[in-house]
Design a protein around this ligand. Sequence first.
Ligand code: ADP
Ligand code: MG
Length: 232
Amino acid sequence: MFLEIRGIKKSFGTGDSRVNVLKGLDLNIEKGEFCVLLGPSGSGKSTLLNIIGGIDGADEGSITIEGERLEDMTEKKLSMYRRKHLGYIFQMYNLIPNLTVRENIEVGAYLSEQPLDVDELLHTLGLYEHQRKLPNQLSGGQQQRTAIGRAIVKNPDILLCDEPTGALDYHTSKEILKLIETVNQRYGNTIIMVTHNDAIKDMADRVVKLRDGMIRKNYRNEVKIPAIDLEW
Ligand code: ADP
Ligand code: MG
């Protein structure tokens, strides 16, 4: 198994204000899978992504990627791991304002052993014509495309997306999700995405629903999903 998540528990705070956010999660994700994580606000979706990404540590349990446990890595190794093998896309794009589209993407290739071809990537992202523009000359969707480029130019094994379309209108959101699907198909990156956007229903390979610190549903979508119920 490519990514094994076992018995993950996580709480925040102490004493009376202690909150048990994750109460023992198990999940297997295959290489190249496009996995969508759904759940109400506060259910621990971002916490789980941060634990998978090695940004935060679990209280109990283990994350194993291609046979290697994150908990056993030294700080230095973990930091190299994050730089080389993980891409992160957030709701906020956080582009560098005085760098062009192309330069913002090139920043992401720093330290990568096998970066993607930037020209090809610019074409894939529909940004080739905009590559010399600065972030403030772009629409929200174009800014997020640039952020996607920065995250995937190093060709990460795992792309973690935390509500990547949260700041975009419905139409642009759909475009961005479609683009992430294209990235998944073209480059084969394993994708774990938190989203509320129902356009995802045709795209994901696996759907995982989190509620009250537990996984309530977890199914592989062999023919892609007929309809995800987004109701709780
Ligand atoms: P989601 O992404 O599903 O909305 P989060 O993972 O962000 O949920 O948060 C889950 C719960 O954990 C929330 O109640 C949140 O307030 C709490 N939480 C998250 N991070 C911290 C933190 N660093 N310190 C204290 N509480 C936190
Ligand atoms: Mg969140």
